[in-house]
Design a protein around this ligand. Structure first.
Ligand code: PMP
Length: 310
């Protein structure tokens, strides 16, 4: 009798240039990444658009993957264009209209020990169908979150702007604590005590008609959805400011929301059991959310060139 919930499944995984059957996509137990977290990855989405499967800002994700690899001194043996083609090939082979895309570049099996420099740089791309990350009602009802007791990594410890496998131990601590405490997500503060981000999302707050979000110096990941929110705000003439945010602003915000590839644009309805304003989705959040989904689902013109068809 197994109590392990089933994971995602698709037909093929792209591994170092070849499509292999899902169940055969394995790496060796001595791979450096397993022991020391020496990998970088991306989380990207392909949307079911009326014109076909639409890759969302995939070039930006691939660029960030290369930038994260650079921080870890890993040379990817492909060009960004080749990686984009490999993603396209993987989505096509799995015949998926919409999916989540997970490219991982990692240090594989080789000499054992902390030094990663002599281990081969390997890569795989897995895709699978994935629904609403924070629950089915999250997008309309909002989620309940807590301020985590875990701090986001300080800039002189890890490199928070890199999407590095090992960084996600920090996120996992925050996520476990939140879930076990009855919350959907935790918001981590940075090393100075200012608001940083969720375990897998950037965070925004609205106060007096302005949208505020923490700057890069608050140990955040440079979210691609975060950038979409900025662009949509500017288009709607809503003032958007990047500034350090004290924790207590979370309790007196008019609106709060998360952005992320998995979470998309998700309203937050309470923090530490204090309701955000009236405890529902706020009007600015709703406008930004609608504008976002209108583009990815094909109801609005893709004026920012976010989509590229498989
Ligand atoms: N912060 C963290 C820690 C994340 O894991 C993610 C998800 N990649 C984000 C923010 C949001 O980034 P993006 O919008 O690029 O998915």
């Amino acid at each position: 009798m197994s109590t392990v919930p089933s994971g995602p499944k698709a037909d093929f995984v792209w591994m170092d240039g070849e499509l292999v059957a899902w169940d055969d996509a394995k790496i060796h137990v001595t791979a450096h990444v397993i022991h020391y977290g020496s990998g970088v990855f991306e989380g990207c989405r392909v949307y079911a658009h009326p014109k076909g499967a639409a890759m969302f800002r995939m070039r930006d994700h691939v660029r960030r993957l290369f930038e994260s690899a650079r921080m870890l001194r890993m040379e990817i043996g492909y060009s960004q264009e080749e990686v984009l083609d490999a993603i396209r090939q993987t989505v096509k082979a799995n015949k998926l209209k919409s999916c989540y895309v997970r490219p991982v570049v990692y240090r594989g099996a080789g000499p054992m020990g902390v030094n990663p420099l002599r281990n081969p740089v390997k890569m795989f791309i897995a895709v699978w169908e994935w629904g609403k990350y924070l629950g089915d009602d999250a997008l309309t009802q909002g989620v309940d979150v807590c301020v985590s007791s875990f701090r986001r990594m300080a800039p002189n410890t890890h490199l928070p702007m890199g999407k590095v496998c090992g960084n996600y131990v920090n996120s996992s601590f925050a996520k476990m604590e939140a879930l076990l405490g009855g919350f959907a997500e935790g918001i981590l503060l940075d090393h100075n005590g200012h608001v940083s981000e969720g375990s897998g999302e950037n965070v925004f707050l609205v106060r007096d008609g302005r949208v505020l979000t923490p700057p890069f110096t608050s140990s955040i990941l440079s979210g691609i959805t975060r950038n979409c929110v900025s662009k949509l705000c500017r288009e709607m003439n809503i003032e958007i400011v990047e500034q350090p945010i004290p924790r207590e602003m979370l309790y007196i915000a008019d609106e709060l929301f998360f952005s992320g590839t998995a979470a998309e644009v998700t309203p937050i309805r309470s923090v530490d059991r204090i309701a955000v304003a009236n405890g529902g989705r706020g009007p600015i959040t709703e406008r930004l959310q609608s504008a976002f989904f209108d583009v990815v689902e094909g109801r609005a013109v893709d004026r920012f060139e976010w989509l590229e068809f498989v």
